[in-house]
Design a protein around this ligand. Structure first.
Ligand code: NDP
Ligand code: 2IT
Length: 451
């Protein structure tokens, strides 16, 4: 970036920070995107003159509401919930709901902002949004989760619809929660339409949606490696998380001939030096998806593994790293350790899992770095395909959806090459994904005039 772009960026970021005080995650996400966009916008004056960066960093609207519900003991509990409808220039708002005690407006604004560019990269007509609540599903009974979801939907239903805003899952929101949420939506709206994605297969869900984010992340990683003349075959992988994204990232990595060494949760990491194979992963699926247990149980069953209490996986020597848990889970120090241990590729399954200084270090060190908005776009891409199937009132086969997912991930790689090609023949995936996602949305905003 030249000096004048740097000056403009610093100025712009000062405004963003003043307008959004105390929202550190949001500032971080905007800076990461605008490091790529500022030089591009200065070179393409139509975006600059129309003040697109100022407009695109302001949500269309944010809905904040109280969710009161009764726990199993008869106590009345109160949570706060949000829906950040960020930008619907290229399609109805689309993005997940997160249930986690750490959820706040800053977190949801960073996620909603990222979602604009990710959804655009998929090539499907989806705007950007995110929502959720500071509700912690851990340790709650199914009935408590149901009562919370129903109460939440009593407000949310006014703001969503198949042509308005289509939520889905994220951290803490999986099949169980979507069933409760969609069930209440259906009662209130008296319409059974594709207003949610990630739905169960008996009521309008798509095959492969459960697997899509993790599978797509591995497909994107393969695309990056293939472009550099390499493959995932035989590579050792460190995966963080043991939720939806991590499990299906592990499954596809194993199917691709890689050796998966780690998985984790917020309490610690399991390191299996023999590799987590398909049978061991079936145990993890049952542990996490059915029994809702802790990953530490893995080492009680498999003696080849050790439990690293309170640790993330990044100290384990690996060729490929897949952060699939949460934001800012790879610090600069973690990146230094991964690089010293010879990591070749990092593909972000989670949203913004890598601190900005660590992103810069990976890139400077020649590590292939696949940013979230490209690498984890497979999830929302198959959500888009679920919407298409709902509109058509038919269901595609597993093979058909998987083929479409592969094609979309390859096309996203192509957009990164187009907009992020560096002079040395390498691809700057951060720049490519940011500009590749931006152009379609910005051109639509220009077409609408001043809105
Ligand atoms: P899940 O709730 O299924 O799993 C989350 C996993 O991450 C769990 O293992 C959880 O451990 C761990 N985790 C969550 N918060 C923290 C934290 N603060 N510190 C350490 N570990 C944590 O969520 P998903 O797998 O759906 O989501 C994971 C990531 O992928 C998120 O960043 C999400 O935004 C992103 N993503 C998800 C998509 C989807 O389709 N689901 C699509 C694209 C991106 P524990 O059980 O101990 O909390
Ligand atoms: O971050 C994400 O892309 C998601 N949580 C999935 C969003 C969706 O609408 O499928």
């Amino acid at each position: 970036m030249n000096d004048s772009a740097k000056f403009e960026l610093d100025n712009f970021m000062q405004g963003v920070m003043q307008r959004n005080p105390g929202e550190g995650e949001f500032h971080q996400a905007v800076r990461e995107v605008c490091e790529s966009l500022m030089p591009f916008v200065l070179d393409n004056r139509k975006y600059h003159d129309a003040n697109i960066l100022e407009r695109i960093t302001e949500p269309d609207r944010t809905i904040i509401y109280r969710v009161s519900w009764e726990d199993d003991k008869g106590n009345i509990q109160t949570n706060r919930a949000w829906r950040v409808q960020f930008n619907n220039s290229i399609g109805p708002y689309k993005g997940g709901l997160r249930f986690h005690p750490s959820v706040n407006q800053s977190v949801l604004k960073f996620l909603g902002f990222e979602q604009i560019f990710k959804n655009s990269l998929t090539g499907l007509p989806m705007g950007g949004a995110k929502g959720g609540a500071n509700f912690d599903p851990k340790g709650k009974s199914d009935r408590e989760v149901m009562r919370f979801c129903q109460s939440m939907m009593n407000e949310l239903f006014r703001h969503i619809g198949e042509d308005t805003d289509v939520p889905a899952g994220d951290i803490g929101v999986g099949g169980r929660e979507i069933g409760f949420l969609f069930g209440q939506f259906k009662r209130l709206a008296n319409r059974v339409t594709g207003t949610f994605t990630g739905k169960g297969l008996t009521y309008g869900g798509s095959l492969i949606r459960t697997e899509a984010t993790g599978y797509g992340c591995v497909y994107f990683c393969e695309n990056m490696l293939n472009h550099a003349g390499d493959t995932l075959q035989g590579k050792s992988c460190a995966i963080s998380g043991s939720g939806n994204v991590a499990i299906y990232c592990a499954e596809k990595a194993i199917q691709s001939g890689a050796k998966v060494l780690t998985m984790s949760d917020s309490a610690g990491t399991i390191y299996d030096q023999d590799g987590i194979d398909a049978d061991k992963l079936a145990f993890v699926k049952d542990l996490k998806e059915v029994r809702r247990g802790r990953i530490s149980e893995y080492v009680e069953k498999y003696k080849s593994a050790q439990y690293l209490a309170g640790k993330r996986p990044w100290g384990v020597k690996c060729d490929a790293a897949f952060p699939c848990a949460t934001q800012n889970e790879i610090s600069l120090e973690d990146a230094k350790v991964l690089i010293a241990n010879g990591v070749k590729v990092v593909a972000e399954g989670a949203n913004m899992p890598t601190e900005l200084a660590a992103v810069h270090l990976f890139q400077e060190s020649g590590v292939l770095f696949g940013p979230a908005k490209a690498a984890n776009a497979g999830g929302v891409a198959v959500s888009g395909l679920e919407q298409s199937q709902n509109s058509l009132r038919l269901s595609w086969s597993r093979e058909e959806v998987d083929e479409r997912l592969k094609k979309i991930m390859k096309e996203i790689h192509g957009k990164c090459e187009k907009y992020g090609s560096a002079t040395n023949g390498k691809v700057d995936y951060v720049k490519g994904a940011n500009i590749g996602g931006f152009v379609k949305v910005a051109d639509a905003m220009l077409a609408y005039g001043i809105v």
